[in-house]
Design a protein around this ligand. Structure first.
Ligand SMILES: C[S@@+](CC[C@H](N)C(=O)[O-])C[C@H]1O[C@@H](n2cnc3c(N)ncnc32)[C@H](O)[C@@H]1O
Length: 453
């Protein structure tokens, strides 16, 4: 009986994916599954597997990618029309963009993923997707804001912004957020097809989440490309020239990046989309692509009612270049402290870039001295670049290590690790290096490098 059911599944069951006990999900079993608030709920779940090794009985999708979604996946065909996934999978179907929705994700807010079938498969095996879902909650800001340490408010010349409800310290977690929409950005589509597939993706999220998406800020204001305008994605030959200008679309002001299987995707996180820009922001964010969670942390003290900001640009560009980028991509003129004091701050940025270049040049014939690393830290602090302190602390650690100054090398490695965690999360690329220096500085290649040379 089981084999028959498996055979009838949409895509069969891959070898090795069947845990100990498998049940057909009939009507009698469905309420039981719902009671456990399992993540793979939905009308299209055919089979489930019983997996009881953790916290009593827990249900898991037998073939998570087919049963993870609450709506039957649909894809765009060659003509830009929406068709069932089975049709989309024929021939070159693997490369087609499809919509995968999990309505129960994130306390019922839902998530829609617009991507190819093979990437969708990777998504559904992420811990974020397989975790049992918590109580269904309400939609956008209303109830979320009640319990949050931030609130949103209209700010002159900036649209909506996010402000602190209380005093915050460096390292305080301001918010955690899950995406409602994730879009494979490697593909380009026509205007109509883009609107169609994004429209379907957002529609399947339910009214509250859909409305919250539609309330996000837009750059172009053209109703014909409304869904894409919010996401800042999709360039195609049938989009008028001004829209096809990549600088317009690459603004992505509401979106953050999520990597799945090393493939870049754009993601909309509703609350973080209200964070305005400052070239020397008081908060930093990173996205954990495993759990599809975006974290925002304070990087310096933030006073009650002060605006919480992140940076949309590189901190190492000079004011004019930053303004140009912000203008083209995000349609605003920045009036932050760094920009309004640009004559002075540009000088300091030039000095920062010069020192970093010297400190990064390990084979230079002109000797560098540890006090240059101290000067670098001073400059970052003077410009309020607290969001990027992993750079000067890292340079300082390597500099002291290269002069055989063990204690200072370790001290700054600790600080670099702390700052890198704020900027990139616990899986920061340099984490391993800082840990090795903290544990055994003499074992690192930089140990006494500049003395012995
Ligand atoms: C991600 S949204 C931020 C939230 C937005 N203010 C809103 O009302 O939804 C990015 C947009 O906010 C505005 N914005 C962000 N930072 C700004 C700033 N420092 N000055 C003026 N406008 C800003 C720009 O219109 C930008 O395109």
């Amino acid at each position: 009986e089981l084999e028959e059911d498996v055979g009838r599944g949409w895509d069969g069951v891959r070898e090795g994916t069947v845990p100990a006990v498998v049940y057909c999900l009939n009507e009698a079993l469905r309420p039981l599954v719902e009671a456990t608030k399992m993540c793979a709920l939905g009308g299209d779940v055919d089979l489930i597997a019983l997996d009881g090794y953790e916290q009593g009985v827990k249900f898991m999708a037998i073939d998570s990618w087919s049963s993870a979604w609450s709506h039957r996946p649909v894809c765009l065909d060659d003509g830009g029309e929406i068709v069932n996934e089975e049709v989309g999978l024929e021939g070159e179907g693997e490369e087609r963009l499809c919509v995968y929705t999990k309505a129960g994700f994130n306390r019922g807010r839902g998530v829609s993923i617009v991507t190819t079938p093979s990437v969708a498969q990777k998504f559904s095996s992420l811990p974020a997707c397989r975790a049992p879902m918590a109580e269904k909650g309400k939609g956008e800001n209303g109830d979320v804001e009640d319990s949050a340490i931030w609130y949103t408010k209209s700010l002159p010349g900036k649209g909506i912004g996010m402000l602190a409800k209380k005093n915050l310290e460096r390292g305080d977690l301001i918010l955690e957020s899950n995406p409602v929409l994730i879009v494979n950005s490697a593909k380009t589509l026509g205007r109509k097809a883009g609107e169609e597939i994004l429209g379907r993706a957002v529609e399947q999220l339910g009214v509250e989440t859909r409305n919250a998406y539609l309330r996000l800020s837009r750059g172009l204001g053209d109703e014909n490309v409304k869904m894409q305008d919010i996401l800042k994605w999709v360039i195609s030959s049938d989009i008028p020239r001004t829209y096809a200008d990549s600088s317009v679309w690459f603004g992505r002001s509401n979106t953050f990046e999520v990597r799945v299987g090393w493939l870049m995707h754009l993601a909309i996180f509703l609350e973080p989309a209200r964070l305005n820009h400052d070239c020397a922001p008081n908060a930093q964010y990173y996205v954990d692509s495993e759990t599809l969670t975006l974290y925002v942390q304070a990087v310096r003290p933030i006073a009650e009612d002060e605006e919480i900001t992140i940076s949309y640009t590189s901190p190492f560009q000079k004011a004019a270049a930053r303004q140009e980028h912000l203008h083209q991509a995000f349609h605003f003129t920045c009036s932050c402290n760094l920009c309004t004091t640009s004559q002075e701050s540009d000088k300091s940025l030039t000095e920062i870039n010069e020192i970093q270049e010297r400190l990064g040049d390990w084979d230079s014939d002109t000797p560098v001295q540890p006090d240059e690393a101290q000067r670098l830290i001073e400059l970052y602090q003077k410009l309020n670049l607290h969001a990027f302190l992993d750079m000067p602390f890292g340079f300082a650690s390597l500099m002291y290590n290269s002069f055989g100054k063990e204690k200072k090398a370790v001290r700054y490695a600790r600080m670099a690790a702390e700052a890198a965690e704020k900027r990139y999360g616990p899986s920061a690329a340099d984490f391993g290096m800082w840990q090795r220096i903290i544990g055994f500085p003499k074992g690192h290649w930089s140990w006494r490098y500049r003395v012995d040379r």
